[in-house]
Structures are given as C-alpha cells and as structure tokens.
Design a protein around this ligand. Structure first.
Ligand code: ADP
Ligand code: MG
Length: 337
C-alpha cells in the first residue's frame, strides 16, 4: 500500500486545454480518498496521470515519497478500474481474472489466487460464466476482481458504478468501501455523484475546472464548505443560497436583510462568524440547508431561532420526509459551474 502525492501538478492537453491546474494532494497509505467534481473538471486526467497513462505537463507525482513522473504504468503497482469495464468477451470470469497474472508470468498456475480473490468479492459462482452471461453489477465485480488479483499497492477507480442502476450502485459502493478497507489498500475513487462521495470517503477532494476547491472529511465538506461552489455542489436537496445584506449589530446580534425582510440572528456572533464583520453593509450570500429550517408560525418560535416569512409554493412528498418549497422574496444567489 502506497502513499500518493501530487505536487503542483498541471496537465495541459493540445490546443491549450488546461485540464488540471496546479493540483497538490497527499494521499496517505491505506487511505480511501474520493475525488469529486462535475463532468469535465479533470478527475479522469488526475487518475490517468497517477496511473502513468498520461504525461504530467508540470509538477511532481511521488509514490511513497519517490519521484514517479517517468515510471512506466506497468511498474507502478497500481490497478485502475474504469467506468466501462472492458472484460474480454471470449473469456470466462476466471480467465478474465487470471489474465493479468498470466501476462506477468506465463505458464503459472493462477487458480488459487483467482479463487481467493473471487471469494473476497463473493463472485465464486461467476468464474465459469462469460461476460454476456453476467449482469452489469456482476461484470463490474469481475472487473474489480481482475484489478485486485495482482494485489496492487493502490487502487484507482474511475466512476466504476456509473453504468449501474441506483439500487445496485448503493450496494456495490458499500462493498467497495468494505473491500478496500479490508485490503488496507490506498484507494482513489473518482465520482461526479456527490451522494456517493459523501457516503464513501475518509476524505473528499472537490475539484472544479482542474482546481482543488476543498479537501476534507465528507462531513466537513457538507457542514463547512469553503466556498459557494462546494456548498452548492454537495448535498441533496441543494442548499438554499440567498443574497442578503448584513447590518452592524448593536448587541452583537446580526441583522440580515433578505429583500424586504429583516431577520435578527438569535445569538451574538461566534468567533467563526467574525469574518462577517468586515462585510457589514455589503451584499453577501447566505447558505441555508433545508434541515436547518423549520416551518412554524410566529407564536411557535424558539429562542434559538430567527423568523423568515414565506409562502408555501409546493410540497414534495418523499416518503421519509417532505420537501417544502417556500418563497420568501429573497433573491437567489447565482452560482456558476
Ligand atoms: P472528468 O473526468 O472530470 O469528466 P477529464 O479529465 O476527462 O474530466 O477532462 C478534463 C478536461 O480535459 C475536459 O475539458 C476534457 O475535454 C479535456 N480532455 C480530456 N482528455 C483530453 C484529451 N485526450 N485531449 C484533449 N482534451 C482532453
Ligand atoms: Mg471522467
């Protein structure tokens, strides 16, 4: 299991396409890191540079602290699993899985190693079948098996579940997390699906236009996004982002104007919010997660709450909860990207 470090790594494709822009990231041995970002933000490029499938334009890749920019892919001890699990159609599960081992040392008996890997993945009964006889989820399991059969020192997964239906995705992502932790192998997991990222990662690195926005624990990314992009990208339902103006409080309790409504925050500013002081009188963006709001009448207010009046527009019943759309007259903030 390996440490993977990227130092100030930039990738420029022909025609001056800057896919990755001065990216630095340290991934500890055995860590499960999720690389999250919208389509086209450079996730695959990062993985391919780590794997050695793509040249690094500038910057350094370190594997276990050693400069690895020039090491051929086959000598890096890494395994990569793609969105499109390219299994050989004319080979059984067993033959597909043993293929990397046979390439390494032709003529070797791979049965035991393939069996053991299949057992780990719970796919022993798939070994005799051809890819056409497997469901999407089963194929992806075999593809995972083929990737880990050599016991790579790190595992690079590029949206491995995006071709599967929602139910299977949820199940397989839990299996992948369990498996990689069991193997203790460093894993970089790429996804554009923020819910998947939240549920998987020890740490999540959020990427936008080739630039890292935030690297922290999933919970931290959700609760303390470092910028509006991260706030808006992460979380379902989407965070409410409202334009507002802040006014100087007399008693340390902040007044915030949302359009025609003014609310007073119930508590004095905590040190965390001191940054707001410099923005008094200026327009700011307020992020409000739906679970932080409660629907109540003026008489039902609790001392820790502030009241924002609104009119219910629409209620979405979602089984375990309902999503209530309320218009408050506040202007929504725009987020590009
Ligand atoms: P993601 O995996 O996050 O969707 P990619 O790493 O595939 O993003 O792509 C990042 C950017 O680099 C995109 O603008 C994409 O069009 C561009 N790109 C990717 N591969 C190539 C390539 N081989 N040649 C030129 N541009 C590329
Ligand atoms: Mg991609």
């Amino acid at each position: 299991t390996r440490a993977i470090s990227l130092r100030d790594v930039t990738k420029i494709y022909p025609r001056d396409v800057v896919a990755v822009n001065r990216l630095s990231l340290d991934i500890a041995p055995g860590e499960f890191l999720v690389l999250l970002g919208p389509s086209g933000c450079g996730k695959t490029t990062v993985l391919r540079m780590i794997a050695g499938l793509e040249d690094i334009t500038s910057g350094e890749l370190l594997l276990d602290g050693e400069l690895a920019n020039g090491i051929p892919p086959g000598q890096r001890g890494l395994a990569m699993v793609f969105q499109h699990y390219a299994l050989y159609p004319n080979m059984t599960g067993e033959q597909n899985m043993s293929f990397p081992l046979k390439i390494e040392s032709p003529g070797r008996d791979t049965t035991a190693q393939v069996r053991e890997t299949a057992r780990l993945l719970g796919i022993e009964e798939l070994l005799d079948r051809f890819p056409a006889q497997l469901s999407g989820g089963e194929r992806q399991r075999v593809a995972m098996g083929r990737a880990i059969v050599r016991r790579p020192s790190a595992f690079l997964l590029d949206e491995p579940l995006s071709n599967l239906d929602a139910k299977l995705r949820t199940r397989l992502r839990a299996e992948i997390a369990t498996l990689t932790r069991h193997l203790g192998v460093t894993t970089v997991y790429v996804t554009h699906d923020q819910a998947e990222a939240m549920s998987l990662g020890d740490r999540v690195a959020v990427l936008r236009d080739g630039v890292i926005q935030q690297v922290s624990a999933a919970r931290e990314v959700y609760q303390r996004p470092e910028n509006v992009f991260v706030a808006a990208f992460v979380g379902t339902p989407r965070i409410n982002l409202l334009r507002a103006t802040v006014h100087a409080p007399l008693d340390g309790r902040l007044n915030i104007d949302f359009g025609t409504q003014r609310i007073q925050l119930p508590q004095p500013l905590s040190p965390d919010h001191q940054m707001l002081r410099v923005q008094m009188g200026r327009e700011i963006t307020v992020g409000l997660r739906s679970e932080a709001a409660r629907i109540a009448g003026p008489q039902e207010m609790r001392p820790t709450e502030a009241l924002l009046n609104g009119v219910v527009q629409h209620v979405e019943f979602q089984g375990h909860e309902s999503l209530v759309h309320v218009s408050t007259g506040a202007r929504p903030a725009r987020v590009e990207g």
